[in-house]
Design a protein around this ligand. Structure first.
Ligand code: SF4
Ligand code: SF4
Ligand code: SF4
Length: 249
């Protein structure tokens, strides 16, 4: 059997997650040695319609993007969503909180009505097609990406953390930022980043998406303990979370 063929595609995004892949340097060469990369706009000019694994960066923000994504899905045996834009809609989902005509006017001014600037509410990849695996984060952790791809190349199922950021934060002995008037989302967000933000004194903004079964009652207890309301909590979830219903991929 030949090497698995990998194709990497991007939709609406900053391409920062692909940059993380490039930054793997020697490890990337190892991965490429174990697979055939047949399409990757950021790194090569070749294209192919034949691949086993499709890696998708970015979110879906136009109807024509959905059609392109559906075609990719029909060609791939395994589809991986890469980074928060792809896994949960990411920062692109911010616009879905506003009237789209207002958003376009704000961004494009007098040119807002030009046809090529048409836009639709942002969707994560799994709101359009089935996603087999997710590489979480904004940007992704390149070591986690390498681990997931390596597992798939070996025919194993990668283990993605099912516990919240708080677990990693506590293990590091960090003081809890809720005690310092920061509404940290660590209790409901998927671990795997090593509690990167709280370890630097910044609250978790939720870039890795919600855990599958957040402990809602415990979250309510914490909100009450600190004299906050659910609306305050929701307002802190807007950057990465609004409107997104988590799935179990
Ligand atoms: S998840 Fe973040 S770093 Fe990755 S493409 Fe989206 S905005 Fe860029
Ligand atoms: S700082 Fe955030 S991640 Fe750390 S323990 Fe407190 S709520 Fe959890
Ligand atoms: S602490 Fe939260 S926002 Fe920061 S990298 Fe981890 S999941 Fe993302």
């Amino acid at each position: 059997m030949g090497k698995p063929r990998i194709a990497i595609f991007d939709f609406a995004c900053c391409e920062g997650c692909q940059l993380q892949i490039v930054n793997l340097e020697e490890e990337l060469l190892d991965l490429i040695g174990a697979a055939d990369v047949v399409e990757w706009r950021e790194a090569m000019s070749e294209q192919s319609h034949e691949y086993d694994i499709a890696i998708i960066e970015g979110s879906i923000t136009r109807p024509e993007d959905e059609k392109r994504l559906e075609v990719i899905r029909t060609r791939a045996k395994i589809l991986i969503a890469l980074g928060a834009c792809a896994t949960i809609g990411g920062i692109n989902k911010l616009k879905s909180n506003f009237d789209l005509a207002d958003v376009k006017r704000c961004v494009y001014g007098k040119s807002a009505n030009m046809p090529h600037l048409d836009t639709s509410p942002t969707k994560a990849i799994d709101e359009v097609v089935k996603v087999d695996y997710k590489v979480h984060g904004c940007p992704i952790d390149r070591k986690e990406f390498a681990y997931i791809v390596r597992c798939l190349l070996m025919g194993k199922k990668p283990e993605i953390p099912e516990w919240p950021v708080c677990v990693e934060c506590k293990a590091k002995g960090n003081p809890c930022l809720w005690d310092y008037e920061q509404v940290c989302l660590g209790p409901i967000i998927r671990a795997g980043c090593g509690a990167r933000c709280p370890s630097s004194g910044l609250r978790c903004f939720g870039c890795r998406g919600y855990i599958d079964n957040p402990n809602v009652n415990a979250a309510k207890d914490v909100i009450e303990k600190y004299g906050l309301t659910i609306d305050v909590l929701k307002s802190k979830m807007i950057l990465f979370g609004t409107g997104y219903e988590p799935t179990n991929a």
